[in-house]
Write a protein that binds this ligand. Sequence first.
Ligand code: FES
Length: 169
Amino acid sequence: MANLLSNIPANDPLAIPDQKKIIDRILEENKNLPGATMVVLNELQSQIGFVSETMQQYVALKLRVPVSRVHGVISFYSFFTTQPRGRHTIKFCMGTACYVGGISQIIDKAKQVLGIDPGQTTKDGAITLEICRCVGACSQAPVILIDDVSHGRVRPNKFPQLVRPIQEQ
Ligand code: FES
């Protein structure tokens, strides 16, 4: 524990007193519940906004479970994020229709325009890229969601135009 606490990055929620208080409260309130790991991680995601690597180690220590179990939960459920989200989120639908319709080329274009992969956030904190499942607009494939607004039949060459308004906000 001493080792972990002396290596916390300065910008990690565990290093920020107000946020650490929230983390400790969540752990304290839920540590004895059945399935405490899942409950605690869920609360951390919703109240802190993400679950950093250091937070995952802290949860494992406090709940006395292997870090590998915490990592397993985080990587299995797509709603967990390990970094803070940007001010805007672009989601790429990876359902079958969108996959067949060429969503991969849109993702490639996004990587090229923004310099990040899905799961990452631009350095200026503006945009996070994510993958999602079918959003129910298959006839419009390929579909992307920009801040949860659906855009269908997106072509790679149209992506820069779609993303420009949120890059500037
Ligand atoms: S597969 Fe993308 S909206 Fe259904």
